[in-house]
Design a protein around this ligand. Structure first.
Ligand SMILES: [Zn+2]
Length: 255
């Protein structure tokens, strides 16, 4: 299976990287996409990916939370090429924070969408409280732009709007929570080919797992929850989501 969103640069994951990767592999999670979020983390993520070829794949972008930081789009383009990044991300919009202001976030977001389109790379999208704004912007880039809306927990209706724009949905720990009815309804309703597995560790936990204890190995629990909801085998979820992630991010076969 492929963990499509994990912040291996954050503690406690970065303090025990070898253990995290070993436990992931033992649980059937052999490959991990690691998004960076600001210029200092671009370098960190590239270093981790270079040290674990074929296992850790870098994505680089400027996160909406730091969209007011000075950043050079040509510098980002150079880094993306240098490390053969598999995506531009994570990037997006966050309407639940006061700063950076939404117009600032939108300007930085659009610049990076243009870059992704020019470099023919997919995007890894963060969105909270700004789904209408995001959909409107993405409509202008559709159908050339591909990507994943990560940590998706919203309704089947909203999911379909983004699927029509050519996006995948990143499904994580929320689906393991019995009370997450909206997320579970969406996961049961959308085409399996449009689902990617993720944890967003160490930012999001699972049912009974604290965010700081979450690791790529928990992708297996996410896959098990999806399988149970759809009445299919874990193997089917693993095969289909792995093929989708390989296609989207241009990853080769397993090691
Ligand atoms: Zn993230």
């Amino acid at each position: 299976m492929i963990e499509t969103h994990c912040h291996l640069t954050f503690p406690p994951l970065c303090d025990d990287l070898a253990g995290v990767l070993d436990r992931g592999a033992a649980a059937g999670v052999q490959r991990i996409v690691v998004p960076a979020y600001d210029p200092p983390s671009w370098r960190q993520v590239q270093d981790i990916a270079a040290a674990h070829p074929g296992v850790v794949f870098p994505a680089l972008g400027l996160h909406p939370w730091v969209a007011d930081q000075s950043f050079d789009i040509d510098d980002l383009a150079g880094h993306l090429r240098d490390c053969k990044a598999v995506a531009v991300g994570e990037i997006g919009l966050d309407g639940m924070i006061d700063t950076p202001l939404m117009p600032v976030q939108i300007a930085v977001f659009e610049k990076q969408l243009e870059l992704a389109r020019d470099l023919d790379l997919p995007v890894i999208l963060h969105c909270r409280g700004a789904f209408a704004e995001m959909a409107e912007i993405l409509e202008r880039f559709s159908p050339r732009l591909q990507g994943v809306l990560h940590a998706f927990t919203r309704s089947p209706e909203l999911a379909r709007r983004f699927l029509r724009l050519g996006l995948h949905l990143g499904i994580g720990g929320a689906v393991t929570r019995p009370r997450a009815t909206r997320t579970r309804e969406t996961v049961a309703a959308v085409p399996l080919e449009k689902i990617l597995l993720e944890t967003d560790a160490p930012s999001i936990g699972l049912d009974g797992v604290d965010p700081l204890a979450a690791e790529p190995r928990h992708v297996r629990d996410v896959a098990l929850a999806i399988a149970a909801l759809r009445g299919i085998d874990l193997e089917d979820v693993a095969t289909t989501t792995t093929a989708s992630a390989e296609r989207l991010f241009g990853l080769g076969g397993p090691r």
